[in-house]
Structure formats: structure tokens, C-alpha cells
Design a protein around this ligand. Structure first.
Ligand code: PMP
Length: 345
């Protein structure tokens, strides 16, 4: 009997398994260390069993309306998905034929080449310039069917100036994904690029909104692009529970979200300055994390692990070397992290 074989392109994809232990303090995944907004929790508690037995709206019409209001665009310019991962994945599928190229800045969000592979696409990474800025000329020269840029960028935390992003969107060969998962923590707003008809600006409720476990992401784009992404996505991707929590957060707790994001920004600046006092050189960040170059990432992670603290380690980042990425949370957590790090070796 023949054993069915998965697509050959999947051979190079490894199953994502970021952590196996549970940590006392988890500063590894840039989620909201203050937790979810209270209104979202109340909305989840209020859901009746009967509501769970029904399907949600196929394309989340009501949630789109609230996200549109939050983003300052029309509802037909919003597409929602199972995390912004889903939007990135579906956009690649919708705008690149198998075998075509996805071009991305590098280093950046590690799932981008994986989504490219999942969709039968080739990924080409373009390193940042020596000064840490995005090399738009080299990115444009790749002429990808899809071009991906990220601002503020994961894992560096650096923000791309609006002017540079606009130039890439205007001159790119194909569609541009402008990933703004960390937009609430800094950098210029990229929303205006959504009207170009050449870009999708992706955002998420996993970071500032504290709802990573519910998986809600969205894209902002022209109605034609939204429709194309929805065709690649299919119906019913946002659950009843996710929709209820997200809508409650957007209608009742925007102030809560803004205050926590502001606290993260203040703590980021204080944490960075205290790291510098210890002899570290964290990269300037516009996100809710900082990337800290270290001599040996495994040794630094070991020090932190001994104190029950998880961070994300990176080996030999191009132009940076070994580094750890540390999520910013309430100050007590950051102080524990500083205490565990001690003076730079
Ligand atoms: N983009 C970036 C830059 C990220 O860092 C992440 C999560 N780490 C995502 C997208 C995906 O987030 P989510 O699917 O939870 O919206």
C-alpha cells in the first residue's frame, strides 16, 4: 500500500516549539505582561454555553467595524484572521504564484520564511544596512512578488521611517506587507499606506491588547486586497470567544490598553538605561522588547534561567552577533531581570 507523502517543500519546515518549561517570569514572547484587558475577561465570563454551540460571523463583520474605528479606516478596509500570522500567510498565498519570491528584510520575524515555504514560495532575505536601517534599494532590486517589512521590527525593535516604507510600497514590484504588530509601542503610523492599493498593514491584538491566546490579527488594506486575502483565508477564522473579548476590549478598554502600553514604553526606556549602566548596549527600541547583544547567548540565558526568567535567545544575528530579546513588563519583573543579568561579562 502506498504511504501518502506530504508536499516535498514541507521537508524543510520544522514544527515550531518555542518552550517546553513553564517559567516564573516569561519575557520571551513579547506578550502583554499585564494580562488581558478587564472588559475582555468579563466578556468571556458572560458567554453562555449556547453561544459556543453556534458559528461566529464568517468574516467577523461586527469586529471589523470596531477595528476599523480603532484604526481610523472604513470597515471594508479590514480583514481579520487567526492572529496576524494568518493574515501574513494568506496574503502570501493570495499574491504570489507558487515558485515566486517573497523578499523580507533580515533579521526579522522568523515565521516569514516559514510561511513562504508553506505556500510553495522562495524567500530571499535582505540584511539591514550597516547603520541598522532598512536597505530599501536592495529590497526593491529583488522584485519579490511579495515584499515584507516590519516596523517596529522584531527582533531589533527598530522602526522604519514612514518615508522609507512609503518608497518601498510605491516602487515594489508586487504587494508589500507592512507588519506593525508592535505599533502601539512606537514608530510612525503606517496606516496611510493601506490606501495605496499596493500594501497590507498587519496589526494584532496579541501584544498591546493582551489577547495572544485568543488569536486575533488583522490587516488594513484597500477593499480589493481585503477581498483577495479573504478568498485565500476562508470563513470562520475568528472564534465566538475571541470576537467577544476583542469587541469588549475595543469598545470599553482602549484607555486601559493605552495606559499599559505607555507603562511598557516608560519601563523600556528605564530598563535600557539601567542595562547601559551595567555595561550592556541594548539596541534602541520602539517596541515592547529590547534586543541586547551579549557575548554568548547560551550563557546569558543560563544566568536568567537560573533565576526562573525566560527570554528569547538569538545566535549570530547578522551584523549584531549573539543577542537576547527581552520583553518589557511591569517594573518588578524588569528589576528581577536586571538583578539576574548583573554586570556584562
Ligand atoms: N508579526 C510580528 C513581527 C511578530 O513578532 C508576531 C508574533 N511574535 C506576529 C506577527 C504574529 O503575531 P500574532 O499571530 O499573534 O498576531
Amino acid at each position: 500500500m502506498m504511504i501518502p507523502k506530504a508536499r516535498s517543500g514541507y521537508d524543510g519546515i520544522t514544527i515550531y516549539s518555542p518552550k517546553v518549561e513553564s517559567w516564573r517570569i516569561d519575557l520571551s514572547d513579547n506578550t502583554n505582561q499585564w494580562g488581558p484587558p478587564p472588559a475582555a475577561r468579563r466578556a468571556l465570563d458572560a458567554l453562555s454555553a449556547n453561544e459556543y454551540a453556534r458559528y461566529p460571523q464568517p468574516y467577523s463583520t461586527d469586529l471589523r467595524a470596531l477595528l476599523a474605528e480603532y484604526a481610523g479606516v472604513k470597515p471594508e478596509m479590514i480583514v481579520v484572521g487567526c492572529g496576524s500570522d494568518d493574515i501574513i500567510d494568506c496574503t502570501m498565498r493570495a499574491f504570489a504564484e507558487p515558485g515566486e519570491v517573497v523578499c523580507a528584510m533580515e533579521p526579522t520575524f522568523g515565521m516569514v520564511p516559514v510561511f513562504a515555504k508553506m505556500n510553495g514560495l522562495r524567500s530571499v532575505g535582505v540584511p539591514l544596512s550597516e547603520d541598522g536601517s532598512v536597505d530599501s534599494a536592495r529590497i526593491l532590486a529583488v522584485r519579490g512578488a511579495v515584499t515584507y517589512i516590519c516596523t517596529p521590527n522584531n527582533p531589533t525593535g527598530c522602526a522604519i521611517p514612514f518615508r522609507t516604507a512609503a518608497e518601498i510600497v510605491e516602487e515594489a514590484e508586487g504587494l508589500v506587507i507592512v507588519d506593525c504588530a508592535y505599533a502601539e509601542f512606537g514608530g510612525e503610523s503606517m496606516t496611510a499606506l493601506a490606501s495605496s492599493g499596493r500594501a497590507v498593514v498587519t496589526r494584532t491584538m496579541s501584544k498591546a491588547f493582551g489577547l495572544a491566546g485568543l488569536r486575533i490579527g488583522y490587516g488594513i488594506a484597500s477593499p480589493q486586497i481585503v477581498l483577495a486575502i479573504e478568498k485565500a483565508r476562508g470563513p470562520y477564522k475568528v472564534t465566538i470567544a475571541a470576537e467577544a473579548a476583542a469587541m469588549a476590549a475595543l469598545s470599553e478598554d482602549l484607555k486601559w490598553v493605552r495606559l499599559r502600553a505607555d507603562e511598557a514604553i516608560a519601563n523600556r526606556e528605564r530598563f535600557s538605561s539601567e542595562l547601559r549602566a551595567l555595561g550592556y548596549s541594548p539596541l534602541p527600541s520602539s517596541a515592547n522588547f529590547v534586543l541586547v547583544p551579549v557575548g554568548d547567548c547560551d550563557a546569558t540565558m543560563g544566568k536568567l534561567r537560573a533565576a526562573g526568567i525566560a527570554v528569547r535567545g538569538f545566535h549570530a544575528v547578522e551584523g549584531i552577533g549573539d543577542a537576547v530579546r527581552i520583553t518589557i513588563g511591569p517594573w518588578e519583573m524588569m528589576q528581577e531581570c536586571l538583578d539576574a543579568l548583573g554586570a556584562a561579562a
